[in-house]
Ligand binder design. Structure first.
Ligand code: AMP
Length: 398
């Protein structure tokens, strides 16, 4: 069976590569690692296998060198990739543009199209392409599969994916709302539907809240709205990304602050969000400082909650009611305070969390609302690598 053979999942970002070797059917993780700060000073790496973590430093200058390091880690600490009967390599790719609505086997032609999409995702796609190129050299005999963050949202209803700008311009430049974190939204919504069996179409709102944050409205397993758009900048407040701002802000900053387009891009992507409001992008630090009555951290927390409330109300209306709200991602899974604050503002819509269930420590999918609640509130740990491995295995076998 193809799903019993291990898959190597590679997630190549602009300055880091994460990888995981796992068995798609069982979900068993055979090894897990990261190469961080590629091309910077003080590069760090870790390789976890058999419950032991092997950490060290490195001087990898680029993603090709990082792939070499990964191969070395496996050769030194195991498992031995050459004797493992690997099935395939799965690659996370952030932007599939208009061309890729499904996981796709990588050929030279596909790779050329991916290179072409870099204009749509300059911060993300070039790294993924470099990772794929290096991995195809190292694992030349294996099938390689690209799994796209945008794919789940490819058939968003036209009303949801269309910006009200001139149509011809939008078509020429492939401008539409694409949506991101699709692998995660799809995965956690599926786990929640399996956990709570409901007759008829299930109306779900998923909140993926990590360093990047997004929301999705899902009707019977298909997305009908999502908060991210052409790029992963739109929507919720994130670690360093602003989420929604008035589009007029760009030209205002140009005229009033003398900032050029790249500077505005950097400002909104890297200096805003929690970092812009509270000076730190780590939500744990925001919580810590809020507990000490720090004004900026308290405001940052409140803006995050306000934006979540705004989206939940909108998606409720779009779905015509609601059966399940699902929290996932580093913040969504681990912050009872955030979940309680969101629910507190939505009691009028019948959304409640049970305080004991909300604060109980657990890392499995669980319901945190009271039994008699009309809307089930759930925490579902996301597992993008497992979802990528399964989609890769399904395609590699076909
Ligand atoms: P992710 O991108 O999914 O790894 O999520 C990263 C975010 O999750 C960061 O803002 C972390 O501060 C936040 N996070 C991780 N653990 C916790 C925790 N125990 N409580 C609150 N936030 C957390």
């Amino acid at each position: 069976m193809s799903g019993e053979r291990p898959v190597l999942v590679i997630n190549a970002g602009s300055s880091s590569v994460k990888y995981r070797l796992l068995v798609p059917d069982s979900g068993e993780v055979l090894a897990d690692g990261t190469i961080e700060r590629i091309g910077e000073h003080g590069g760090e790496l870790s390789h976890e296998v058999g419950g032991e973590t092997h950490a060290g430093d490195h001087g990898a200058e680029d993603i090709g060198a990082a792939l070499e390091l990964i191969t070395e880690q496996f050769a030194t600490y195991g498992p031995d990739l050459d004797h493992l009967d690997l099935l395939a390599v799965g690659h996370r790719v952030v932007h599939g543009g208009p061309d890729f609505a499904q996981p796709t086997k990588i050929t030279d032609e596909v790779l050329a199209t991916l290179r072409d999409l870099s204009g749509l995702a300059p911060l993300h796609n070039p790294a993924a392409v470099a990772g794929i190129e290096a991995a195809r050299q190292r694992f030349a005999d294996l099938p390689h599969v690209a799994v796209f963050d945008t794919a789940f949202f490819a058939d968003l209803p036209e009303v949801a994916r269309t910006y009200a700008i001139p149509r011809e311009l939008a078509e020429r430049h492939r401008i539409r709302r694409y949506g991101f974190h699709g692998t995660s939204h799809d995965y956690v919504a599926g786990v929640a539907r399996a956990l709570i069996k409901t007759d008829g179409p299930v109306r779900q709102i998923t909140f993926h809240l990590g360093n990047g944050c997004s929301a999705a409205a899902i009707l019977d397993g298909r997305p009908v709205e999502t908060s991210m758009g052409l790029t992963p900048l739109q929507g919720l407040v994130m670690g360093t990304r602003s989420g929604d701002v008035d589009p007029g802000l760009h030209s205002y900053l140009y005229r009033e602050a003398g900032l050029g387009p790249d500077e505005v891009d950097t400002l909104l992507n890297k200096e805003s969000g929690l970092k812009g409001l509270a000076g730190v992008n780590d939500f744990r630090e925001v919580l810590q400082r809020r507990a000490e009555d720090d004004h900026d951290a308290t405001l940052a927390f409140d803006v995050v909650v306000h934006r979540l409330t705004h989206y939940l109300g909108a998606y409720w209306a779009i779905l015509g009611g609601l059966d399940q709200v699902i929290f996932t991602g580093g913040i969504g899974e681990n912050s009872p305070d955030l979940r309680a604050a969101v629910a507190a503002g939505l009691a009028g819509l019948g959304i409640h969390v049970n305080p004991e269930r909300n604060t109980a420590a657990a890392d499995r999918p669980r319901v945190i609302s009271p039994d008699d609640s009309g809307v089930a509130v759930l925490v579902v740990p996301t597992d993008e690598e497992l979802a990528i491995a399964r989609q890769t295995a399904a395609l590699a076998a076909s």
